[in-house]
Design a protein around this ligand. Structure first.
Ligand code: COA
Length: 338
């Protein structure tokens, strides 16, 4: 047995506290009509987005910290009892140190080790699986998993193909072990396919193409997306994995309380729900308010729906995401928080 394992009975990782933060500044579709050749009608009908939030000062760690502060205050969590912090993000404050280290310091989690995880829009699912493994191993008792992105820092506000799709936000969950194996994170199925890298990426700024005057002039430090190509694979990838997770856990559409989908495009969300046989009232959506907040979308949806009293103890949730990499995946959670 591993030296730092304290496990006597098997446990599932389950969410025992939640928190969220979205910045106050709103960019609505009218704003984009004023700066680009676009319309509220086009944006709404093609994406479902009406507004997005923008962080004016500071980096992603500001929002991740505020989401954790909300969690700590609401659930009276002692930050010194947190063993590990994972921040899923593709917009870290800086290359290093990690954003999670900044959060660790900001909230006074002086006994936690902290690291970032980059899996774009699937980041929260990848981090959730990683955090759950730390709990299930018995080595750690309390792991914070945060999805946070300041997409406004990497989108080109002169490119109508991308800029209006994204927004900023953060949400956090605390994972702990439960010996009641009916509850918590029951299953995940995660995928990566790097062959998709040319359809959705940032062309410069990393170690392969460090920043130069030319790369800046050519606006290569922004999100590039071949929207049509990504749409095709996203719609299939997200629906396939959501159905796969349902089937391998013997769940019918009746059994599912909510689909919690990544919020990139309302048409992708609706297609996924249709493949799962779910009615619209069983689909968590916040794309109209926040756009695509990348790693934050799924936890923001969960936390908002829970805070509004819609997600209840015992509910079966299916999470599904698709994003840059490509990365995609699904998860099955039986909700245990009252
Ligand atoms: N306003 C008005 N017209 C626009 C526009 C805008 N903001 N952006 C594009 N158009 C135009 C295009 O130029 C094109 O015109 P054309 O037919 O004359 O060439 C037309 O609208 C259709 O463009 P297209 O790219 O085919 O639109 P779309 O229906 O595919 O929608 C996205 C574009 C980006 C919304 C959609 O492709 C999408 O959501 N892709 C997947 C996103 C995703 O899941 N990403 C993964 C996670 S980040």
């Amino acid at each position: 047995m591993r030296k730092n394992s304290r496990l006597e009975k098997p446990v599932n990782a389950t969410i025992t506290a939640v928190g969220m933060y979205t910045p106050d500044k709103i960019l609505d579709n009218k704003y984009f009509e004023s700066i680009l050749d676009t319309s509220d009608e086009w944006i709404t009908s093609r994406t479902g987005i009406k507004e997005r939030r923008i962080l004016e000062n500071g980096g992603t760690s500001v929002m991740a910290t505020k989401a954790m502060e909300d969690l700590i205050k609401t659930y009276n969590v002692n930050p010194e009892e947190i063993d590990a912090i994972i921040v899923a993000t593709i917009t870290p404050d800086m290359f290093f140190p990690s954003t999670s280290c900044l959060v660790q310091d900001n909230i006074g989690a002086k006994n936690a080790w902290a690291f970032d995880m980059a899996a774009a829009c699937s980041g929260f699912l990848f981090a959730l699986q990683t955090g759950a493994s730390l709990i299930e191993s018995g080595a750690y008792k309390k792991v914070a998993v945060i999805g946070a992105d300041k997409m406004s820092s990497i989108v080109d506000y002169t490119d109508r193909n991308t800029c209006l799709l994204f927004g900023d936000g953060a949400a956090a969950v605390l994972l702990e072990g439960t010996e009641d194996l009916e509850y918590g994170l029951i299953d995940t199925k995660l995928y990566s396919d790097g062959a998709g890298r040319k359809s959705l990426y940032m062309k410069a700024g990393g170690s392969a193409t460090p920043p130069t005057h030319e790369t800046i002039d050519q606006r290569l430090h922004y999100v590039y997306q071949d929207g049509k190509a990504v749409f095709k694979v996203a719609v299939k990838g997200m629906a396939d994995v959501a159905v796969e997770v349902m089937e391998r856990n013997g769940l019918t559409s009746e059994d599912v309380a909510y689909l919690v989908p990544h919020q990139a495009n309302l048409r992708i969300i609706d297609a996924t729900a249709k493949r799962m046989g779910l009615t619209d009232d069983k689909v968590c959506k916040n794309i109209q308010k926040y756009g695509n907040t990348t790693a934050a979308t799924i936890p923001l949806c969960i936390v908002e729906y829970f805070k509004e009293g819609k997600i209840k103890k015992g509910d079966n949730l299916i999470l599904a995401a698709f994003g840059g990499g490509f990365t995609w995946g699904g998860a099955y959670i039986k909700w245990s928080l009252d």
